[in-house]
Design a protein around this ligand. Structure first.
Ligand code: T1G
Length: 687
């Protein structure tokens, strides 16, 4: 075995050279890795070896370029330099894939003549998630294996495919035993040598693209079908353009176009925001005083208290991963209703197969007796949002549950420490704040009480990953992170209405910024009757609810709705707004679209700064993760904290001060924001 460099070895197995990469955690294509691959291929091809296998140690094949340092891609040897060596090879080169071959990793594998994989491997080009397109030939080589339609789907969705599908599509040549990748790859290559199997250079293949040449309809149809989905994103359009070039143009011309578009995408603010988010999401799972090696308790069965919308949705998360759930209700009718709603949700879900529904439903057991929770490893309470009620439930749980069971509350607002104090085991009490609908929304706020133990936290984080939620850790405080930060913007809409701004105009401004919908449309969706007006403080939303306008679910809301729930302006709603405005004596104001946007967003930035100051959130980036996943903040903007940093905190503070004078004390800049602005620092980092 020869060490090529710190992360690459070259060894000889009979007549086959084996190039092994070992650069934890994911063998990303850093400069050192590229040097190792370049030098390794050079030496292997200069040796007497009759074939070369490239394989990785550790958890995965190459997972792509090093996203933490994209600029380093400009240094030589580039990925393309390695690929040229591979393309020029006069003997079989085989990529042996386990884990994930992603982005630049798959693009390297596409330059091998053959690919073998273990059944659990996944292959994909996820660059679009980072606001990028494949930058090392992916848009040119993948269509030459899969044809343009499938390549378009894979590259614009960014979703990896499983090895079995890759085999079916011809992207992988052979599947080998799960625990025998190296042996399988060697045996594959020996068969290829013995049989004189012709070498396949993908850049030369034409059979999958030729039938589509001169037929722009395929691409036009794809563009139209996906336009809404990719609203505001730059990369998907360029991906379609490049795949079209793969069909229409010689390989090198297509490659040149891809390179140009890749660099344009890499320079875009969108890609910077998405790369920031990639690492934000990962760091949000880390708790500095809970080391990664803290033992998580095993959770094999779960209890849920309450079979309402929330409890039912929470239970579905666990049934979906094969964990049995005991659902507790007080009355048989409520239990029956809750279970039938869950069944309905399963039956209506896309691609639902009856046997899947039955399998999941069989994991859900209803009961009216808390004693049935005695064997559960974790119980999540999702009852009415009232402190006294919750305290009573926790007292009973303390009696019913076995020692070491984790007792979780789904409270979205109440003081978890008080709930924990109702038990004799506050160290096992934690908040698991799901967002509605809990089976759909990606965010899970894990709330850490003053006495929550590191083991309980580690267990919650582990479990949240198993049910594939995006995690944010919050300390105890009213509204925790997402609801608290979003609330001032949603409260301010009352002022907008009093200033005479039509809901549709406000909604349009926020939709165009990138939110899936504006605040009025959102309230209509959630229901105008969900939150009560604070005592002594009437809102137009509250008035609407009183008048029977509860939103999409009944009577219309700020808009009227047809049977397909399409909104249209509502004269009845406008009259309620106008009457309220006149009665309150508020004067109509001239407000620009820019001001609507700034007021909406800076209120969130300001609240985020307070949440940081109070230590409710550990990091500014956690707030961004919470708002993106809990409130539809556009990931292309990076979240409110990152966005404010891009604008410049001095500018944000100046605007807040201006708004404070013009519109009221709700805009008073948070001390932390003022301080950071004065010091020329950022919310999300140094300066
Ligand atoms: N670059 C740098 N660090 C990376 C990384 C990458 N590509 N992928 C993962 N990490 C770090 C991550 O931050 C974490 O670090 C640790 O590895 C484990 O990750 C030319 C332009 C591979 C499926 O987009 O999808 O190729 O927090 O916690 O759940 O066209 O990571 O431990 O310090 O996510 O097992 C395209 C991104 C790049 C793949 C593993 N590739 N990665 O998931 O672990 S662009 C991607 C993933 C590109 C070319 C272009 C996942 C994973 P830390 P993890 P995991």
């Amino acid at each position: 075995m020869t060490a090529i460099n710190a992360v690459t070895d070259l060894s000889q197995d009979g007549e086959v050279a084996v190039l092994t990469l070992n650069s934890p955690p994911v063998n990303a294509l850093s400069l050192t890795v590229r040097e190792g691959l370049f030098e390794g291929f050079k030496q292997a091809l200069a040796s007497s070896a009759k074939a070369v296998v490239v394989i990785c140690d550790g958890r995965t094949f190459i997972a792509g370029a090093d996203v933490s340092n994209l600029a380093d891609m400009l240094k030589d040897p580039s990925i393309e330099d390695i690929q040229k060596l591979m393309d020029g090879a006069d003997r079989p080169v085989v990529a042996a894939i386990h884990g994930t071959a992603l982005g630049g990793g798959l693009e390297i594998a596409l330059c091998a003549h053959f690919r073998v994989a273990v059944p659990s491997a996944r292959l994909g080009l996820p660059e679009v998630n980072l606001g990028l397109l494949p930058g090392a030939g992916g848009t040119q080589r993948l269509p030459r294996v899969l044809g343009p339609q499938k390549a378009l789907e894979m590259i614009t969705s960014g979703k990896p495919i499983r090895a079995a599908e890759a085999l079916e599509l011809g992207l992988v040549d052979e599947l080998v035993a799960e625990d025998g990748l190296r042996a399988g790859a060697l045996s594959f290559v020996r068969k290829a040598l013995a049989g004189g199997r012709p070498l396949v250079r993908l850049r030369d293949r034409d059979d999958k693209v030729a039938p589509f040449r001169g037929k722009p309809e395929l691409f036009e149809t794809f563009r139209q079908a996906t336009a809404k989905n990719f609203r505001g994103q730059v990369a998907p359009d360029w991906i379609v353009e490049c795949v079209e070039a793969a069909v229409e143009k010689p390989f090198d011309e297509g490659l040149a176009l891809e390179k140009q578009r890749f660099f344009q995408a890499a320079m875009s603010p969108q890609s910077a925001a998405r790369r920031y988010y990639f690492f934000a999401e990962r760091s949000a799972q880390k708790i500095p005083d809970v080391p990664a090696e803290t033992a998580a308790r095993e959770v094999k069965s779960v209890g849920v208290i309450g079979a309402g919308t929330m409890g039912g949705g929470i239970a579905m998360n666990f049934a979906n991963i094969g964990v049995p759930v005991t659902i507790i209700e007080m009355k048989p009718e409520a239990l029956e209703h809750g279970l039938s709603v869950i069944r309905g949700n399963y039956e209506r879900s896309r691609g639902a197969r009856p046997e899947e529904t039955e399998k999941r439903m069989s994991l859900l057991k209803g009961s009216l007796d808390m004693a049935d929770l005695k064997d559960c490893d974790l119980v999540i309470e999702a009852v009415f949002e009232n402190l006294e009620v919750k305290k009573q439930v926790f007292q009973k749980l303390d009696q019913a549950c076995k020692p070491g069971a984790i007792l979780a509350s789904n409270t979205s607002y109440l003081n978890l420490n008080e709930i924990a104090a109702a038990t004799g085991r506050p160290q096992d009490v934690i908040g698991l704040h799901f967002f509605s609908p809990a089976q759909v929304m990606p965010l899970l706020e894990i709330v850490r009480g003053d006495k929550t133990s590191p083991e309980a936290l580690a267990t919650a984080v582990d479990l949240a990953k198993r049910i594939r939620k995006t995690i944010v850790i919050s300390r105890v405080g009213p509204g925790f992170i997402a609801n608290r930060v979003a609330m001032p913007r949603l409260t301010e809409i009352n002022s907008f209405l009093l200033e005479g701004l039509p809901p549709a105009r406000v909604d349009k401004v926020l939709y165009e910024f990138g939110f899936p919908m504006g605040p009025f449309a959102m309230l209509d969706l959630v229901g105008l009757d969900v939150i009560a007006d604070p005592p002594g403080h009437q809102t137009i939303r509250g008035r609407m609810a009183e008048a029977g306008r509860r939103g999409q679910k009944g009577g219309g809301g700020f808009y009227d709705y047809d049977e397909s729930r399409n909104p249209r302006p509502s004269p009845a709603a406008d009259k309620i707004i106008e009457d309220f405005r006149i009665a309150s004596g508020a004067a109509i104001k001239e407000v620009t679209d820019e001001e609507i946007l700034e007021r909406s967003l800076y209120l969130e930035v300001n609240e985020g700064a307070k949440v940081l100051e109070e230590g409710i959130a550990m990091r500014a980036s956690d707030i961004d993760v919470a708002l993106i996943n809990g409130y539809g903040w556009p990931v292309d903007r990076g979240g409110p904290m990152y966005y404010a940093d891009q604008i410049g905190l001095d500018k944000v503070v100046a605007k807040l001060k201006e708004f404070e004078l013009k519109y009221g004390p709700q805009y008073k800049p948070a001390p932390r924001l003022e301080r950071l602005a004065a010091e020329g620092k950022k919310l999300t980092g140094k300066s």
